[in-house]
Structures are given as C-alpha cells and as structure tokens.
Design a protein around this ligand. Sequence first.
Ligand code: F6R
Length: 259
Amino acid sequence: MAEVVIVSSPEDAGTLVAAEIVRLVGRDPQAVLGLATGSTPLPVYRALRKQAAGVDLSGVRGFALDEYVGIAPEHPESYASVIRREVVEPLGLDPKLVHVPDGDPERIAVSGEEYERAIEAAGGVDLQILGIGTDGHLGFNEPGSSFASRTRVKTLTAQTRRDNARFFPSLDDVPRHCITQGLGTILRARHLVLLAFGAGKAAAVAGAVEGPLTASLPASAIQLHPHATVVVDEEAASQLRMAEYYRYAWENKPAGQGL
Ligand code: F6R
C-alpha cells in the first residue's frame, strides 16, 4: 500500500517533498522529475526554491503530466506557461530539458507517442509529483481511464472544468480537451508522490488509498505501485479509515529512509 504521511499544512508537505527531491538530485544531478501543475504542487516548488539555493539544478530533467488542447503554449494558463513560470524560471532549470505534452490539435495524433518515446529516452521518471482531482483523476485521466493507458487526448469532465474555471475568465474559456500522460505512463515512474490538501479532496484521497482498485477512481491506480507516497493535510486525510495507523507508521519509520 501507499505510505501515507499526514502533515499539518501544505507548507510542511512542500518542505518534506522538496527535501526528498534535493536528496534525489544529490544522488543524480540529471534526475528526471514528473511535474504536476494546478495549485497542489506549488508549495513543493516554493520549498524547493529555498532548499535548493546553492544546489545546481541545471541538469535536472522534467516531464509535465499534461497540457490543455486548443490553447496556445503562450496562453498564460497553458501548462507550458505554468511550468515555465512556476518551475523552470524560479528553480533555474534548463528549459531545453523540461518537456510539456504538445496540445496542438494539428499534431495530437502523434504527440502522445512522441511524448512516451521522450520519457523512455530519458530513462523514465524518477520522482513523479501528483495532485488528485475531486473526481479522483490522476494527471487528467478522468474516471474510466484504463490503468494501462499511455499519453493521449482525453475529454475533461464537467467537474474538472468547473474546478479549473478559477484559472480562466469564465467556465466557457476552460478547454474541453487535454493531452495527458496515461495511468500506465504514470505507473512506470520509479516513485509516485501524490499530494492533496483540503476537505474537497478527502473523498478522492480515501478512494485512492483505501477504496477498491477501479478505473472509476483513476487515482486508485497508485495501489499498484511499489513505491507510492501520499502526503496530505488533516482535512484531506479526514476520510481515511486507517489514519491512526498511518501516523503511527510514520512516527516509527526507521531513520534515514526518506520518503
Ligand atoms: C495537473 C494535474 C491534475 C491536478 C488535479 C488537482 O497537472 O495533472 O491531476 O493535479 O486536477 O488540481 P489542483 O492541484 O489545482 O487541485
């Protein structure tokens, strides 16, 4: 099962996960990070900025999870822009080494497979940062997505479009389609780190960690992974039946293991 770490704030989660990334880059300066967008990973990127001061991140490689289809990469809310603004520039990564799926509708038939090949050529993702949708999506793998899926186009659910409307002038401006790493792609990363904050994520987190393995809740796919870490605040943890055990296991974790 996933290791569940219950922290008191998103900032504490960011500090914990950033420390793990710094350890990883210390072992391998060319480590490959899987990069989520949205609000959830921002505390990680912010903490990393502080913790990596003085650490050379210029060799680190990155692959974003997903991109909207049908908005230009220059659009401020394209994930290409978000990754540049929140990750590449503040952390001093080399933009040539950081990739985002190509959401150009003209290229969509081939861009998924190209992305898969690029991840393989990089040797795979070492640490994949993940958020979770209120509908249980992972990346933009909406309910019903195959656990074996690869990078491809998906149609966003009405719930996801409503959730993401806060980034756009109106609901109508939220794209209807995306290109996302598949669940099968995500499961090939060597370490999954899923973060979730707030009561709105509690049901999805409980389903992902303790519910049945089902494509109806795509994030339950993490149960198939040999090294998955779930970092949640108290509110996001509030529907976990085994919360006391997770706290006990974390408090008694053998020293020096990291996440
Ligand atoms: C983003 C992504 C999504 C988000 C999820 C949660 O790259 O793949 O799965 O992680 O929609 O979004 P936030 O963090 O904004 O609540």
